[in-house]
Design a protein around this ligand. Structure first.
Ligand code: GLY
Length: 577
């Protein structure tokens, strides 16, 4: 049969089939609308979602709205992201179908060195990469915002930063989540008087409903509104930042700030059962690990499996994909990341060759990663405008309230993203993740991330999703993607009970609702070590444009305080660039 198809007659037959398929497809495609019937914003805080709506209603596009949402989150959710941190903006421009990821990840300062977090005996010095000025990378979010405004938005920063400046100046009400996060980081925050002054009250987490204003941050944001990138990376703000960091024991130089630049990166693209998966490339590990896991699962008749065999296969896929993360992934400007090889279907077949349907593979049985001879917190939001432009943005300061250090006078709480490097080969970082040379510290290098802003596409259904959650981000986006693949709505993607395996430690972390007693017994019988998470985790915000039914729906994770809005902007049509 195959041979016949290669014959001339077969060629003609194939051509005819292709033409017929094209006619059927284009007839179907013609019925699908080119633009969504509504706009949508889903983010982790009601004030940030409202800021996105305000900008879309003022005639801005999705990229303008993303600036407003990101900057507002920086003010009202300082434990998750901020202009002292960084992140990734995955963009889709409707006019020409262009997809790009704006890499606004922090970089190591120029004086950083491989062993900077080791003590005299060569062990990791506890807390050094986590708390205080030495833990902070050079921020990327201000440059990301300025880049979005200069190249993709339609409105001036004066307009798009206005909601954030308003909330910084007038204050916002402390929520239960804020109090919980501040409670978690009180000791580190009290070690820096400026951080304690701004974000705590009498050395403790502020009570629910406390009004928290940040006038210094308002001034810093106003400088950005007036001068864009230069308003942060040069001049008065830069001088205050560097003076504060150096007085706090950090290594920053003015030149580290002046040379910071975002990078436009081509997203990684994969496929899963007819779904096009567009996601974050290195220096995020997110897209590659997600696509590797999906490629492994594609080899099974996943849809017809019962929940526990599904969970077993998914855990085994996570285990193998996260193993590759530990060995191969790092900043692509410093290390060769074999993206094409890792995301190839053949690689998934190879690393799943020893996968047993009824037995866990111990992580120690996978190909070992040789150490070289020498040497919840984060946030995600999704935006769709009425022209079909999309943003999936995941932003971070790493741990809650970052490194808990604020250079005096700036209001800029700094990140502790340096802990995302592998400070010592195969030694776990704050998220228990291990790595080797590919993610070792080097001057100006970007630490490997797990942030996974993602678009999912079929002709009928366009999905936008992502979540915070450290190393668990990728497994959450994987479970959300599988829920999308099952035809479920965004409210299910964000709510689905979660479980996670990251190669090492060799255990399955699970939310209480993920597995009932029968499922737990079944998984343990297959050889999995289960560990109940002491709380639910993640905070996913997602949007679906269902082109077949002409509907937009959005959802915020029920575990968080966020909101999702779908509405018809007042200025539809103005939102097109
Ligand atoms: N800071 C968390 C991450 O980038 O993965």
């Amino acid at each position: 049969m195959r041979v016949e198809l290669r014959s001339a007659r077969g060629g003609a037959l194939r051509l005819l089939c292709c033409c017929l398929l094209f006619v059927v497809w284009s007839a179907g495609a013609r019925e699908l609308p080119a633009t969504p019937p509504a706009a949508a914003v889903a983010s982790a805080h009601p004030l940030a979602t409202a800021a996105g709506r305000e900008i879309l209603d003022a005639g801005g596009n999705a990229f303008d709205a993303a600036i407003a949402v990101a900057a507002t989150l920086a003010v009202v959710e300082p434990y998750s992201s901020g202009i002292g941190g960084g992140g990734f903006f995955l963009l889709h421009r409707a006019a020409d179908g262009f997809n790009v990821m704006i890499d606004a990840r922090e970089t190591a300062p120029g004086a950083a060195h491989r062993d900077m977090y080791l003590d005299d005996s060569g062990d990791i010095a506890a807390g050094r990469s986590m708390n205080g000025a030495l833990a902070a990378g050079i921020p990327g979010l201000p440059a990301g915002i300025a880049h979005l405004a200069a190249h993709y938005g339609t409105l001036p920063l004066k307009t798009t930063l206005a909601p954030a400046i308003r909330h910084a100046r007038d204050g916002f009400e402390v929520t239960a989540h804020y109090s919980m996060m501040a409670g978690f980081r009180t000791d580190a925050m009290n070690a820096d008087p400026e951080t304690a002054r701004i974000f705590l009250r009498e050395g403790a987490a502020p009570a629910l409903g406390t009004r928290l204003a940040q006038p210094d941050l308002a001034v810093t944001l106003e400088r950005m509104a007036a001068d864009g990138k230069a308003g942060f990376y040069t001049g008065a703000t830069a001088e205050q930042l560097v003076a504060g960091v150096r007085a706090g024991g950090g290594l920053w130089e003015l030149s580290d700030l002046a040379r910071y630049t975002v990078v436009e990166r081509e997203p990684v693209i994969g496929s899963y059962r007819g779904i096009r998966v567009i996601s974050a490339p290195p220096p995020s590990s997110g897209g590659i690990v997600l696509i590797e896991a999906l490629n492994i699962l594609e080899g099974y008749d996943y849809a017809s499996l019962a929940p526990t065999p599904r969970a077993h296969l998914t855990i085994e896929a996570m285990r193998r994909a996260y193993r590759d993360r530990a060995e191969f992934l790092g900043d692509p400007d410093f290390t060769d990341v074999p993206v094409a090889r890792l995301t190839a279907k053949s690689h998934a077949q190879a690393i799943a060759a020893d996968l047993l349907a009824d037995r866990a593979t111990p992580s120690s049985a996978l190909k070992p990663i040789a150490p070289p001879p020498q040497g919840d917190h984060t946030t995600h939001f999704s935006v769709l405008d009425a022209a079909g432009n999309r943003v999936a943005a995941t932003l971070s300061v790493n741990f809650p309230f970052g490194c808990a250090f604020t250079p005096p006078g700036t209001g800029v709480l700094l990140n502790n993203e340096m802990d995302d490097f592998s400070s010592k080969a195969m030694t776990p970082n704050g998220y228990g993740l291990v790595g080797v040379d590919a993610n070792a510290i080097a001057p100006f290098k970007r630490p490997l991330s797990s942030m996974t802003p993602t678009f999912l596409e079929t002709p009928e259904r366009i999905g936008i999703l992502g979540t915070p959650g450290g190393s668990r981000i990728i497994s959450m986006v994987l479970l959300g993607t599988l829920s999308y693949a099952d035809g479920r709505p965004p409210s299910d993607w964000v709510a689905t009970p979660r479980y996670h395996h990251q190669y090492l430690p060799d255990e399955v972390l699970y939310e209480p609702k993920a597995f009932d007693a029968t499922a737990r017994a079944d998984l343990e019988r297959r050889g999995h070590t289960l560990k109940l998470s002491n709380r639910e985790y993640g905070n996913m915000h997602a949007i679906l444009w269902d082109r077949a039914h002409g509907e937009v729906s959005a959802a915020s994770d029920p575990r968080g305080e966020g909101t999702a809005l779908v509405w018809q902007p007042a200025a539809v049509g103005a939102a097109v660039k």
